[in-house]
Design a protein around this ligand. Structure first.
Ligand code: 6GU
Length: 225
């Protein structure tokens, strides 16, 4: 997979790609991530990429031309499956979306800033808009990093244990059951007996029960989905 991230703050978004599982995926060649500073495509030598909004109101809007130039330059080199735009006024990211995106070959991720981008960018170039939750961040960069993390870890070969993504929370619309490690007793707190029993069918059953109980208590909305 190849991901091209268009941003006004490349430095803000780079670090999540330089650690742990995502870094390893890049090192293994399972994913390529490229950052494009929107200012490189600015209209003039002062780096102009935004302007006041028509009709008045606070906040700057990213202009269509630099974004169009950047997207066109990328599209001249390869076809893209999706052009994502990160914005709080969109459908919220979920595991199903991450699963689908993990099967793409080439993706562009456009991150907004200030008041966002000119609506014509969204109408004409963007194929999918994604929010990461019902709260507002100062820019789309951190949200883009989150989407990329959720997607990259699902690419086959990225996680060492192939089954491990399948047992994640949300993969079957259930939250994960609790996990324990040594010691089996700490300060009077005991690990549930069943987990020490070696009876794996029973353990699976216990985990399924706990996952359901957990979901009912914390996220009943997932069960209606
Ligand atoms: Cl994608 N962008 C911004 N600026 N805020 C958000 C968001 C995105 N998702 C949730 N809040």
């Amino acid at each position: 997979m190849r991901i091209d991230i268009i941003t006004v703050s490349p430095d803000l978004i780079k670090s999540p790609f330089e650690h742990s599982i995502i870094k390893r995926a890049i090192d293994k060649g399972l994913v390529e991530v490229h950052f494009h500073d929107l200012r490189t495509y600015a209209l003039n030598k002062y780096g102009k990429i935004d302007d006041y909004q028509f009709g008045g109101g606070a906040g700057m809007v990213l202009m269509i031309e630099p974004i169009h130039t950047c997207i066109s330059a990328l599209q001249a080199q390869r076809a893209y499956d999706e052009i994502l735009y990160m914005t709080p006024d969109a459908k919220t990211l979920n595991q199903r979306t991450a699963n689908t995106l993990s099967m793409a070959k080439n993706i562009i991720v456009l991150t907004g800033h200030y008041k966002g981008v000119d609506q014509r960018v969204r109408d004409k170039f963007v194929t999918q808009e994604i929010s990461i939750g019902d709260y507002v961040l100062s820019g789309g960069e951190l949200a883009a990093a989150i989407v990329c993390d959720a997607v990259i870890r699902l690419i086959p070969g990225v996680l060492g244990d192939e089954t491990s993504a399948l047992t994640d929370s949300f993969q079957d619309n259930l939250l994960s059951p609790p996990v324990y490690t040594r010691p089996s007793e700490y300060d009077g707190m005991k690990v549930p007996e069943i987990l020490l029993s070696g009876n794996f069918p029973k353990i699976d059953e216990w985990r399924a029960e706990k996952a359901l109980e957990h979901t009912k208590n914390r996220r009943p909305d997932l069960l209606e989905d």
